[in-house]
Design a protein. Structure first.
Length: 314
């Protein structure tokens, strides 16, 4: 079984590039270091000959990949619970629950969405990251799309890079926000707390749009759209404008509740066990038909209860 079995003809835009750079641009979900390893191991040929990573390519050159399957021990199928909103031969669209880690990593070697997806479709082991092209934080709920073949994967990655995919979220923020706005900053790794992100002048460009859905006495229900997809982007941006999300353990700071708030509501807010953030809607072009497709995940029970309580005690 092959991880990738692909043929490319070098276009004019890649003429003069190094082979490893050209391949990285053609297969952007794989790192350059991995592509260099494939070339050095003989899994890549250029015009039916062996080649080197630094070798130049020219228009009309033929690049061939035959990369054998290499499955990590952690990426084993495991039956896990998550909602399936849609499926066909090209896509899974899932409703990710809170608490589910997307990718295996230190501290989460199994029990991840990748493991659950492999249980549903073992062929996903042939794709990078089991077909996952974007992610949600562990405790963020909602809609995610997963590619089921390489053609669909490349289409979705391209759509994300060209910002064709539309991602809409709902959240509950602390404080009363008077109006929606566009937030544009750089986002990069926090200089001291390496597991966190921060607004940084030298960070990658990040753009979030949001509108006010409803104002409560001390909180605001907001609807957000991502123009870019940086790690923790919504959480960092809302904290940056001094309206962190309810329940956010990393960017919310210590929850200070206003005097006079109803005890029942105060208990609910203090006990909200995750950031109040839900990926509600996803729009994309179907990779096979090119048709505009829209998928929506209903609000989870905890966020419905939170909004109901805010309305009751408003």
């Amino acid at each position: 079984m092959k991880l990738i079995q692909q043929r490319f003809e070098v276009a004019a835009e890649h003429a003069g590039d190094r082979l490893d750079i050209a391949l990285h641009r053609l297969l952007p979900d794989y790192s350059r270091s991995r592509i260099q390893d494939w070339i050095q191991q003989g899994f890549v040929s250029l015009n039916q000959r062996s080649c080197k990573p630094r070798q130049k390519v020219y228009r009309g050159d033929r690049i061939e990949l035959d990369v054998p399957q290499q499955v990590r021990l952690s990426d084993k199928p495991q039956a896990l619970e998550f909602g399936l909103l849609y499926e066909d031969e090209d896509l899974f669209v899932i409703d990710k629950p809170a608490g589910l880690v997307v990718h295996p990593a230190a501290g989460h070697r199994d029990g991840t969405l990748v493991n659950g997806l492999l249980a549903r479709d073992p062929a996903l082991e042939q794709l990078p990251r089991a077909g996952i092209v974007h992610r949600l934080d562990k405790d963020t709920t909602g809609v995610m799309v997963v590619a089921r073949n390489l053609v669909a994967h490349q289409s979705l990655v391209d759509q994300l890079q060209r910002r064709v995919v539309s991602r809409e979220y709902v959240a509950v923020a602390r404080g009363v926000i008077t109006a929606g706005r566009r937030i544009e900053t750089g986002i990069g790794r926090h200089p001291r707390q390496r597991k966190k992100m921060a607004v940084r002048a030298d960070g990658k460009p990040a753009i979030t749009h949001f509108q006010v859905a409803r104002r409560f006495d001390h909180f605001t229900h907001v609807e957000l759209q991502l123009e870019t997809g940086r790690t923790h982007q919504i959480r960092v941006h809302m904290a940056h404008i001094h309206h962190p999300l309810i329940g956010d353990p990393d960017y919310g700071g210590r929850a200070q509740l206003a005097a006079g708030i109803a005890p029942e509501l105060a208990t609910l807010i203090r006990g909200f066990a995750r950031q109040a953030l839900h990926a509600r809607r996803l729009r994309l072009l179907h990779p096979r038909t090119g048709e505009a497709s829209e998928f929506e995940a209903p609000l989870p029970r905890d966020m419905r209860a939170l909004l109901d309580a805010l309305e009751q005690y408003d």
